[in-house]
Design a protein. Structure first.
Length: 268
């Protein structure tokens, strides 16, 4: 079989063989990775676990927990937590944080799920072209043989026709499963995104509630405590901001106390 294929010439068959191996490697790897994506029940349990860690132990413990996992949710949620820290440094509003994180969540998920799909799509396009190139070269060889030896000898054109037909067939054999695999995996990506999107949005809400809102409130408190004197009007503004951010009195007091300690303020 190998000898038969190599009659088309190693210049074409070796690249086609490499494309075939790569294509099937991508297909097998994608099947395995998509099978590892959690179902709704597993995603719900992981969300509950992540939320509990965030509330009881804080962001650092959550980062450690997410870094130990290698699945889609752990990777994407870890990236979202890192992104939130950057948004806090940029002093974004709560609404801006939510919009940015929801936008980034889909991008991070697609980056994970669509890895190697571009390569699979390229192979599905490239392999027929390599086969077509082999066809053209084979036909050139056949016509050259006819020109030199005449059309009466079949052996004269057999080599060129072999090259033309074998490379064409090989290119199509590689392209067909690559195209089918690419289209199938694209549909799977959309299905997975649709299935896990609600859990990611819930996680984003949890991040904003536990980290984002207190950070926004802290920025506001630091402005109020800038001159170390808080007027009655400013106290009313603090209460209004606390209500706007939907923070509990306990969290608001903790933030205010942290600001006082950071700035060496005893009473205000």
């Amino acid at each position: 079989m190998i000898d038969f294929l190599m009659k088309a010439g190693p210049a074409f068959m070796i690249p086609l063989l490499l494309l075939s191996i790569t294509s099937w490697a991508f297909i097998i790897e994608r099947f395995y990775r998509y099978r590892k994506v959690p179902k709704e029940k597993s995603a719900e349990l992981f969300l509950q676990e992540a939320s509990a860690i965030l509330k009881k132990e804080g962001p650092e413990a959550l980062d450690k927990r997410l870094s130990k996992e290698k699945g889609l949710l752990a990777i994407v949620w870890g990236q979202l937590a890192t992104r939130l820290n950057l948004l806090i440094m940029e002093k974004r509003s709560v609404q801006q944080m939510r919009e940015e994180l929801q936008f980034d969540a889909e991008n991070y998920s697609r980056d994970y799920l669509e890895q190697y799909l571009a390569g699979l799509n390229t192979i599905s396009t490239l392999s027929p072209l390599v086969g077509l190139l082999g066809t053209i070269v084979g036909m050139i060889q056949a016509f050259d043989a006819i020109a030199r030896q005449g059309a009466g000898d079949p052996q004269a054109v057999a080599g060129g026709i072999n090259t033309a037909l074998i490379t064409t067939a090989a290119g199509l054999v590689i392209a067909i499963p690559s195209i089918l695999g690419y289209n199938y995996f694209r549909r799977r990506v959309e299905q997975i995104l649709k299935r896990l999107e609600p859990f990611t949005h819930l996680f984003i809400n949890q991040l904003i509630q536990e980290i984002g809102r207190p950070a926004v409130y802290r920025d506001f408190v630091e402005q109020v405590y800038y001159d170390e004197v808080v007027t009655d009007k400013e106290k009313d503004l603090l209460k209004a901001k606390q209500s706007e951010l939907r923070l509990s009195s306990k969290v608001a007091q903790q933030v205010e106390q942290a600001v006082k300690e950071a700035n060496g303020i005893e009473n205000a």
